[in-house]
Design a protein around this ligand. Structure first.
Ligand code: ATP
Ligand code: MG
Length: 266
C-alpha cells in the first residue's frame, strides 16, 4: 500500500486509498511522535512519500528514511488533482495555500512557480486570537468568530468618505482594526475574532488578486487547513475576491493537497 504525508508547521496530513477510496487523516505536528506511531501501526509495510517543512523531523521520529518531495511540487500537483476531480476545467490559476503561513503560486498546466507569500496566515489567526481574547482552541475560535460584528473595529472606506462618493467601493476595508480608537463601544470577544479573520482573509485575498493580475489569470484557488470549519474565512475570501474582480474557488479537501501530491508520486 501507499501513503502520502504532508508534515506542515501545524498539522501532519495523510492521504491514502482505503478500499479504493481516497481517504484523509491528520495529526497535530506538536504530536510528532504520535504521528510516527500512527504510521507504524497503520502502514508498516507501505511505501511512503513525505513533503512539508517537518519532513525531516517526522523521519527522525519514525527512524527510517522515506521518499521526499518538494513541498510546492506536491501542493500544486495535489491541488490540480482535486480541481480536476471536482469537475473544474481550470488549467491556469493562482493557487493560494493558507497554512500556518501563506504561500502563493502561479499554475499554468504542468508548470508552476511561487509568486510570493505572506506571514499572515492560519498561525496569525491562532496567535492574534489568543492575544486578543485568551481563546486557543481552533474550533472554539472559529465558531465564536461567526457571531462577531466587525462594525466597531474595522474602518470601511465608506466610514472615511461619510456620505461622499468614494473612488473605490465603500464596502472595502480601509483599515483593519482602524476604528478601535474612533469607535464608541468596547467590543466582545466574538467581534475581535471576526476582525482577526477579516484581517487574515482580506490580506491573503488582496495578495492573491494582485498576483492573479500580474500573472494574467482570472481565477484564484484557495487551499489550506485555515478554511476547515471556518465559514467566516471562506465567506470573506469568496466575497472579497469577487469584489476585487477575480473568480475564487475554495477547494474542498484542499488542505490535503500536499499529501495527495506526495501520494501520487509513489
Ligand atoms: P505550513 O504549510 O505553513 O507549514 P501547515 O501545512 O501545517 O503549515 P495547514 O495545516 O494548511 O498548515 O493550516 C494550519 C492552520 O489551519 C492553523 O494555523 C489553523 O489556523 C488552522 N487549523 C485548522 N484545523 C486546525 C486544528 N485542528 N488545529 C490547529 N489549527 C488548525
Ligand atoms: Mg502546509
Amino acid at each position: 500500500s501507499y501513503l502520502g504525508i504532508d508534515a506542515g508547521g501545524t498539522l501532519v496530513k495523510f492521504a491514502f486509498y482505503h478500499k479504493g477510496i481516497l481517504t484523509f487523516h491528520k495529526i497535530p505536528s506538536a504530536h510528532m511522535s504520535a504521528a510516527a506511531a500512527w504510521i507504524t501501526e497503520q502502514f508498516s509495510g507501505a511505501q511512503l512519500c513525505v513533503t512539508g517543512g517537518k519532513s525531516k523531523l517526522l523521519q527522525s521520529y519514525l527512524g527510517r528514511e522515506m521518499q521526499e518531495m518538494v513541498e510546492f511540487e506536491a501542493t500544486c500537483s495535489g491541488a490540480a488533482y482535486l480541481l480536476k476531480e471536482q469537475g473544474t476545467n481550470e488549467s491556469s490559476y493562482v493557487l493560494t495555500n493558507v497554512g500556518t503561513g501563506t504561500s502563493i503560486h502561479f499554475v499554468q498546466g504542468e508548470e508552476h512557480s511561487r509568486v510570493g507569500g505572506t506571514g499572515v496566515g492560519g498561525g496569525t489567526l491562532m496567535g492574534l486570537s489568543y492575544l486578543l481574547t485568551g481563546h486557543s482552541d481552533y474550533r472554539q475560535i472559529m465558531s465564536l468568530s461567526r457571531e462577531g460584528d466587525r462594525a466597531n473595529i474595522d474602518l470601511k472606506v465608506s466610514h472615511i468618505y461619510e456620505g461622499a462618493e468614494p473612488p473605490i467601493p465603500g464596502e472595502l476595508t480601509a483599515s483593519n482594526f482602524g476604528r478601535v480608537l474612533q469607535g464608541s463601544d468596547s467590543s466582545r470577544d466574538a467581534d475581535k475574532l471576526a476582525c482577526v479573520v477579516g484581517l487574515v482573509g482580506e490580506t491573503v485575498t488582496t495578495m492573491s488578486v494582485l498576483a492573479a493580475g500580474k500573472c494574467g489569470v482570472a481565477t484564484v484557488v484557495y487551499i489550506g487547513s485555515s478554511f476547515v470549519d471556518n465559514d467566516l474565512l471562506r465567506e470573506i475570501v469568496l466575497r472579497y475576491t469577487v469584489l476585487r474582480g477575480a473568480q475564487p474557488i475554495v477547494l474542498a479537501n484542499g488542505e490535503f493537497s500536499g499529501a495527495i501530491g506526495a501520494l501520487r508520486s509513489v
